[in-house]
Design a protein around this ligand. Structure first.
Ligand SMILES: Nc1ncnc2c1ncn2[C@@H]1O[C@H](COP(=O)(O)OP(=O)(O)O)[C@@H](O)[C@H]1O
Ligand SMILES: [Mg+2]
Length: 558
């Protein structure tokens, strides 16, 4: 070329800029981007070919943060690339063959840039192969027989942590695909394999009425992604998809137990300046973006405030379901005289009473000289059980007890106990935990009674002195749950499952047995042999209370 010649007016870029373009567009980890770009291309290519053969994704994860250690391979049986497509579409940044294809999920035509941002890669497509080394040497594609379709291998440059693999998981599992997914360890052995990874394997989402023509909104409860051993519990993610394929997903709040899925139908094409997604595909723009962020904040606030209802001293306006105060497990006894006997391995033993105390909260604490102590809420009922679950029976003169404590008579003592109890309950925070629970107006009345009875049963059979709140849970599997929130213990009941009992007697028995079950979880986490034995002990311990209180609980449910 001489100085006199004219130049053709076209933009070319220096290859050194390619990785910079590839990465600068994104804030995510390269594994996330590569997974998304390769998955989208593989799915599009499979659709064009009309194949039913699955796309396969293999990720090698040799361990925590190994430098250049993670590789990903995406294989499809799609239409593959001809030399012309490789040159004019794949390697030409910004070019696409999908402009007029409503079926595919084309983007900005920068898959090559995202691949080339990594030092080592290899692509096979139909009868061609080309690698990072060929590219660096300025070589050509080579002929090598491969089956119909494409396989892209990329070694991710830099460190990859498990949280980055999790993001790749989200790309796959939250997309409407049916993919074979394998995770390999550093020796190439399978650590995890899912023959049908994809959205459908997680369950059926529920379409929300807020949906619009441009954006369909669905909700999917808490899921476990990637199997029991290798995976993790994913909760509270906001997922934006186009054509069923995840564009980006952000974990929202840990408190939120639901995944929100926004299926967007863009009005514009990727080349258009008004396109709804940013170049990074990690942000939405325009009117849909307002819709999405409004829904996210609305939903998150609601979910969290329903959890935090426990801390609010007011009843929710729409429900009567708020019987809970922080309750305390108590065991009731009848005081006959001031002689107490205690059941031990040696049989019934007389208790050498050291002291009797009336607490601020209206309970009587009786302590023996040997250091054992018992707490009584109301000295009128027959049996008592101590902390270790051993039966004790008191033969106690309440008048004498009242005198000991400086009261004129037993009725003075009783009214003082009642007064202190009332004061306590007025000060107590409402401790009511709503976990995903809603019900219809017709169900509310019975459910309220169930929860009130549940509270009363627990107060009488929970471990003595244990403070707890109560609440409701709605779940297809759980009948009840013992859970911790903000350092407090809650016993949650699923009123739907109790209401299945055909009669009230059955409901009472089931509430009692369920309470015994949940109380056992204080000591044993899994449902094993030990659990069975401990639960049997709780049932035996509380049988007497059950028979004494049964009629009252039946009345409560009527
Ligand atoms: N796995 C594949 N199978 C067949 N063709 C592919 C594959 N991956 C990429 N291509 C071709 O390369 C082109 C450019 O891909 P890409 O840069 O991801 O842009 P886009 O997906 O937006 O079209 C695609 O339009 C397609 O023609
Ligand atoms: Mg693409």
């Amino acid at each position: 070329m001489t100085d006199q010649e004219n130049v053709r007016l076209e933009v070319t870029i220096d290859p050194r800029l390619v990785p910079i373009i590839g990465r600068s567009q994104y804030s995510s980890h390269p594994l996330t981007i590569v997974t998304r770009e390769l998955l989208q291309n593989a799915i599009d290519a499979s659709k064009r070919q009309g194949t039913t053969k699955q796309v396969a994704v293999v990720i090698k994860y040799p361990g925590y943060g190994v430098e250049n250690g993670v590789t990903i391979t995406v294989l499809d049986h799609g239409d593959g690339m001809t030399p012309n497509i490789i040159r004019d579409k794949f390697f030409k940044l910004g070019a696409t063959s999908k402009e007029d294809d409503p079926e595919s999920v084309g983007g900005f035509g920068i898959a090559a840039a995202s691949i080339l941002s990594n030092d080592e890669w290899a692509i096979r497509t139909n009868d061609r192969v080309f690698t990072s080394q060929d590219y660096r040497n300025g070589a050509f594609t080579r002929n090598k027989r491969f089956r119909q379709g494409t396989s892209v291998f990329v070694r991710i440059t830099g460190r990859t942590y498990f949280t980055d693999v999790v993001k790749a998981f989200q790309m796959i599992y939250y997309s409407d695909v049916d993919v074979k997914l394998a995770i390999l360890d550093e020796h190439g052995r399978k650590k995890f394999y899912d023959p049908h990874a994809g959205f459908r394997s997680l369950g059926e989402p529920q379409r929300l009425p807020e949906s619009t023509a441009q954006c369909e909104l669905s909700i999917l409860p808490k899921v476990r992604i990637g199997g029991v051993e290798f995976g993790y519990d994913d909760t509270g993610s906001d997922i934006v998809r186009i054509g069923g394929l995840v564009q980006f997903a952000n974990r929202s709040s840990n408190e939120r137990q639901t995944n929100l899925i926004f299926d967007i139908k863009p009005d514009h094409k990727p080349g258009d300046l008004n396109y709804e997604l940013s170049a990074s595909r990690e942000e939405i723009r325009g009117p849909i973006s307002e819709f999405v962020s409004k829904q996210i904040s609305h939903h998150t606030t609601n979910a969290i405030s329903s959890l935090k209802a426990v801390l609010e001293p007011e009843k929710p306006k729409d429900a009567r379901l708020t019987p809970g105060k922080m309750a305390t497990g108590t065991r009731l006894v009848r005081f006959k005289s001031f002689k107490a006997e205690h059941w031990s391995s040696q049989g019934w033993q007389e208790i050498d009473v050291q002291s009797v105390e009336l607490t601020e909260t209206g309970n009587l604490i009786i302590t023996s000289k040997s250091g054992l102590s018992w707490k009584f809420e109301d000295p009128t009922i027959e049996s008592a059980i101590d902390r270790d679950g051993q039966a004790i029976e008191f033969d106690l003169d309440v008048n004498r007890l009242a005198q000991m404590l400086g009261f004129g008579s037993r009725s003075e003592l009783r009214s003082e106990m009642r007064k202190r109890k009332e004061q306590k309950s007025q000060n107590a925070a409402i401790a009511f935990f709503n976990k995903n629970y809603t019900c219809s107006a017709e169900e509310l009345e019975l459910h309220t009674k169930i929860v009130e009875t549940w509270c009363d049963i627990l107060q009488q059979i929970a471990p003595m002195g244990e403070s707890f709140g109560i609440g409701v849970i709605k779940s297809a599997y759980a009948e009840a749950e013992r859970t911790n929130y903000n350092g407090d213990t809650f016993y949650l009941i699923n009123p739907f499952s109790i209401a299945e009992e055909p009669d009230i007697e059955g409901m009472v028995a089931r509430l009692w047995l369920t309470a015994c079950h949940e109380i056992t979880h204080k000591e044993a986490w899994t449902h094993d042999e030990k659990f069975t034995i401990l639960m049997g002990r709780h049932i035996a311990d509380t049988t007497k209370t059950f028979f004494l209180q049964q009629k009252k609980w039946i009345r409560m449910l009527q």
